[in-house]
Design a protein around this ligand. Structure first.
Ligand code: C2E
Ligand code: MG
Ligand code: MG
Ligand code: MG
Length: 283
């Protein structure tokens, strides 16, 4: 009787909270089994040269196909994977899989198709991280300079000696490094000159309004010029319309990525995209 009372009193005070934590726990336990059950899948989105539209590289984007939840997008599960530490084995799987895929396209097409992999802060700070990266490269046979690691400003801004040291190790191993979602953090910018980055990815929130908001156009122009004067390449993310491609070409933005060129695709569809795209290029 007392037990029953206690339970309903709890339910009365915080029904949403218990629901949320139940959902979280359920997701966590599903996530713990997801690797063994082969529920993760990589999608691939082309990154093209802005001036020619030719393929430069491809970004690997994680998807989780769960029988009960359907296809779960990364924004919904990466934060929980980070909190629980599950991002470490999951991230390892992503690296292995992405390198293997890039190597197989290289074999099939003879083209140097680099692959970009997103790295979250918890994963980056794990002591085994560089070992995991080197293992994925060695295991796949992918040349080191065909792997690009995307790191967000949030991670870089911790300003730690460890972060600097890991970036230096990766850079000296020939791995490409990029700053993802550039412009969304409260960045001090000074890190750009002290860390060995190769590429800046301008966040899609700026790119999307480049034709509507003159402030966004000015920011994108300024970022491109700044990056170039620091010797960095620039990728515009979230390119959806042709008009944006004209603007980006005119401003000398090196590389572009977005639905205008292609949505992220499962491996087999990306391979067909690749064949079609190459025919276009060769014609
Ligand atoms: P991100 O690295 O900035 O990836 C770009 C996101 O923008 C992707 O969302 C992509 O599908 C989306 N996108 C691409 N082109 C367009 C466009 O033209 N318009 C719009 N509106 N969106 C576009 P997605 O796949 O949902 O991934 C979201 C975020 O999740 C990624 O942002 C990345 O931070 C994270 N993520 C994805 N895969 C992984 C992974 O394997 N590991 C880690 N740690 N994070 C990942
Ligand atoms: Mg990214
Ligand atoms: Mg470098
Ligand atoms: Mg981004």
């Amino acid at each position: 009787q007392a037990k029953h009372k206690g339970k309903s009193a709890y339910a009365h005070f915080a029904p949403e909270m218990t629901e949320v934590s139940h959902e979280r726990l359920q997701m966590e336990s599903r996530m713990r089994r997801a690797l063994e059950l082969n529920e993760f899948e990589l999608y691939f989105q082309p990154i093209v040269h802005t001036d020619s539209g030719r393929l430069a590289s491809v970004e690997a984007l994680l998807r989780w196909n769960n029988p009960a939840m359907g296809m779960v997008m990364p924004d919904r599960f990466i934060p929980l994977a980070e909190e629980t530490g599950l991002i470490i084995p999951i991230g390892e799987w992503v690296l292995e899989e992405a390198c293997r895929a890039a190597y197989s396209w290289r074999e099939a097409t003879g083209l140097d198709i680099g692959v970009a992999v997103n790295v979250s802060p918890r994963q980056f700070r794990d002591p085994g991280f560089t070992g995991t990266v080197m293992h994925a490269l060695k295991n796949s046979g992918l040349p080191h300079n065909q792997l690009e690691l995307e790191i967000t400003e949030r991670l870089i801004l911790d300003n730690s000696i460890e972060t600097a040291e890991i970036l230096r190790q990766l850079d000296s191993a020939g791995i490409q490094l990029s700053v993802d979602d550039f412009g969304t953090g409260y960045s001090a910018l000074s890190y750009l000159k002290s860390y060995p980055f190769d590429t800046l990815k301008i966040d899609k929130s700026f790119v999307q309004d480049v034709m509507k908001e003159s402030d966004d156009a000015s920011l994108v122009r300024a970022i491109i010029n700044m990056a170039h004067s620091l010797g960095l390449k620039v990728i515009a993310e979230g390119v959806e319309e042709e008009a944006q491609t004209h603007f980006l070409k005119q401003e000398g933005c090196d590389l572009s990525q977005g639905y205008f060129y292609s949505r992220p695709l499962p491996a087999d569809e990306f391979e067909s995209w690749l064949r079609t795209n190459q025919r276009v290029v060769q014609a």
